[in-house]
Design a protein. Structure first.
Length: 178
């Protein structure tokens, strides 16, 4: 990845929320529209990527957004959740766990190393917060993403349901120790 790439922790402002909402809708659509119905995509995008929803997530102290900028243009992002219980039985300790809730890059940046740069920064962030485990959920049919995560040492530890509109899908739960 070339030098103009900057990965920054997002400011918790309405302006950032609007930019995240637009990028979230774009990247999610680019990644999943071909494999899902328009109605399910529209429903999910409307409930997940509104500016108000993004602002709530930005203002949550347990959530960190990393923004990838290339020459001041937003080209990717990661949403991280501290103290995640993803993949754990209820009541288990979650203090030292970080969840990658979202890691997306614009389609025109796929294959450039941007995703890998975001992942490396995510793992740095996890270590900086004292996390010993990183977890994530990935759609079982997203083979490109599964391969990407496995290259970083993630291993499958289970699965859970993910609802996209009216379609209940299966996400694999992957884990990496630090």
């Amino acid at each position: 990845m070339s030098l103009p790439l900057r990965i920054l922790v997002a400011k918790r402002t309405p302006e950032t929320a609007e930019k995240l909402a637009a990028l979230g809708r774009q990247t999610f659509y680019e990644t999943f529209a071909a494999d899902n119905t328009p109605a399910d995509m529209d429903a999910y995008l409307a409930t997940t990527f509104g500016a108000e929803q993004q602002l709530q997530e930005l203002q949550d102290p347990s959530v960190i957004f990393l923004l990838a900028q290339m020459q001041q243009e937003l080209v990717g992002y990661a949403m991280l959740r501290l103290k995640s219980d993803l993949g754990l039985e209820p009541g288990k300790a979650v203090d030292n766990r970080l969840e990658i809730a979202r890691l997306y890059v614009r389609e025109d940046w796929v294959g450039t190393g941007l995703g890998a740069a975001l992942m490396r920064r995510t793992l740095e962030e996890a270590r900086a917060h004292g996390c010993r485990t990183v977890v994530l959920g990935v759609w079982e049919r997203n083979t490109r993403a599964i391969g990407f995560y496995k290259r970083f040492g993630f291993k499958e530890i289970g699965q859970h349901d993910f609802t996209l509109g009216s379609d209940v899908q299966t996400d694999l739960i992957l884990r990496k120790g630090l």
